[in-house]
Ligand binder design. Structure first.
Ligand code: PML
Length: 261
């Protein structure tokens, strides 16, 4: 899919989510989710690709797979710039977490809030579908979305081949990083956003990242490989307009563009 999607009249948001149903009094669990914003002639291929990913996900076998397809008016779509990428490797998880905290402080988050963010993800007992929103000054969680968290949705890259070249030039590749950069770039464009912290719940993947309004800094290892719990924290300005943030995160269609065409 190398076509330029910068001026569509409309696009389709294709979202897929896999979960377990839960049994013996235990709640069902989110296993994986993925999404794209594509033209109508790409829907069938994209559904097939996303389905393949969901079916081969490493966190377990799904009981339920939901596919939702919604038409998005092109006039409502915002183009946002991709964050600049950097990658840092450390000998231990503790060192990577130490750098994550220092990076978040560099991005304007207080040390208390940065430490709290790391501790919140580390202490999760199950992965969340979305992220937790923390006041970047006090470290207090300000969303009331509980274990669901606040999700980002309706996003993709503007031009697939340019975006893949951008990733290759940044020394990375793969669906996980592709999706994470798109998500972090969309989040960074939100009015009261300051920074993000994330690591994956994939037991075979130990890279995570911190992001600011300009930088996507990959850090590894952010967890032990066999660990299948990960999560996201968004740090926002004190007195942030939470409704505005959640509305942008969940509903604003966004295409992420790179400088390269
Ligand atoms: C996730 O699986 O949702 C998080 C992915 C983090 C990707 C980090 C990277 O490789 O840049």
């Amino acid at each position: 899919m190398g076509e330029n999607k910068s001026l569509p009249h409309y696009l389709f948001s294709v979202r897929m989510r896999a979960a377990t149903n839960g049994s013996n009094g235990k709640e069902g669990q989110h296993l994986s989710g993925c999404e794209r914003l594509v033209s109508d002639d790409q829907i069938a291929t994209v559904v097939q690709n996303l389905l393949q990913r969901v079916l081969t996900h490493t966190r377990g076998v799904a009981d339920t797979i939901n596919i939702q397809i919604d038409k998005m008016d092109g006039a409502t779509i915002r183009l946002v710039p991709a964050l600049k990428m950097e990658s840092l490797e450390f000998a231990t998880v503790e060192q990577a977490h130490g750098n994550a905290i220092a990076s978040l402080v560099e991005f304007g988050v207080s040390k208390t809030a940065a430490r709290k963010g790391v501790a919140l993800i580390k202490n999760l007992s199950a992965s969340m579908r979305g992220g937790m929103v923390l006041d970047a000054s006090t470290g207090k969680r300000i969303d009331d979305f509980g274990v669901r968290g606040v999700r980002l949705s309706h996003m993709d890259c503007e031009n697939e081949s340019a975006f893949l070249s951008f990733l290759v030039e940044s020394g990375v590749g793969g669906e996980k990083v592709r999706e994470a950069v798109i998500l972090a770039s969309k989040a960074a464009f939100t009015k009261d956003y300051m920074a993000e912290l994330c690591w994956s719940d994939d037991p075979h993947y130990d890279t995570g990242y911190v992001a600011s309004k300009e930088i996507y800094r990959r850090l590894s290892p952010m967890k032990l490989k066999e660990d299948n719990i990960g999560g996201r924290v968004f740090f926002v300005k004190p007195n942030a307009d939470l409704d505005d943030l959640i509305n942008f995160f969940e509903h604003q269609p966004v295409l992420v563009k790179t400088l390269r065409k």
